[in-house]
Design a protein around this ligand. Sequence first.
Ligand code: M6R
Length: 365
Amino acid sequence: EKGGYEHFMLKEIFEQPDVMHDVMRGRVRTEEGRVVLGGIEDYLDRLKQARRIVICACGTSWHAGLIGEYLIEDFARIPVEVDYASEFRYRNPIIGPDDVVIVISQSGETADTLAALRAAKEKGAMVMGICNVVGSTIARETMCGIYTHAGPEVGVASTKAFTAQVIVLYMLALALSKGRTISHDEMRLSLKELSKVPEHAAKILELDSQIQQIADDYKDARNFLYLGRGYNFPVALEGALKLKEISYIHAEGYPAAEMKHGPIALIDEDMPVVVIATRDSSYQKILSNIEEVRSRKGRVIAIASEGDTEVARLAEHVIYIPQASAQIMPLLTVIPLQLLSYHIATLRGCNVDRPRNLAKSVTVE
Ligand code: M6R
């Protein structure tokens, strides 16, 4: 069942390169410079004309939604808002027929997400779903949608479903850009970048034993801080959530620049800080953030781009991952964070597949 792995979570982390292929299969047509998304084809024009897109979800799916916001605004230049489904449904949101509401849910059964979808429908919005479980309630009640095709996810901590959601959002952003905000060449280039992701992911998974060693050094920490900027900010949130869920260590994710507005007060030698410091337009800024942590004796575990030499001078541990465009990065930077939380949790003797107090799908409010 677990395919030789000790836990479903580890199996699902390692399945990611294959899952990534499955999500893209038949949909990504690099040579033709287009994306084919059967489940939304009839609604594509309406989607492109949306006055605004609102993404609603919970937990890890909400983190994928944040990346979706960056991707859709970046590529398709359509305004996007991301809301917790539980907040959206109760706050009397301003939604009308010109708006598109996208709900994201692995299980397709999350109570708050389902209620948000029904509320949006009632207000006349077009509702679209991104679900993993085929035929789930959310998949049935949305007008159109895209399945993530990640296969069954058993581990309570979501891993492969998240990367599949982000790939779907990347494909959606490109589909919404076609003929509007992106040239044919840019489209082909962006698709090419995407199709290289499974290979990069497989390379990152080879770092498993290095990450396990780092985990051993930090397994007794009581708190963790995760920092990232831009596309890596939602990944910092996701890394912190993974650690909390399965190791019961308190962890917070922050946009790195916000550190000086509060969390910097927490930093000392007992506060490990995971910094996602890959090479993109905010690279120099993130280096200064690492310096700020170091000068307060914080221990830094950095995720950096292959070939980087700067980060190693500053951080105590560096995990090197292949270089890719900023829009692709979350798909790569999240993998070492999944492995880090997995190993910390197992070294602490926690039941990673069935963490305390949590259910795989939250069907109650
Ligand atoms: O099935 P869904 O994607 O709607 O679930 C949403 C959250 O409950 C879920 O992502 C939760 O946060 C996970 N345990 C995260 O690992």
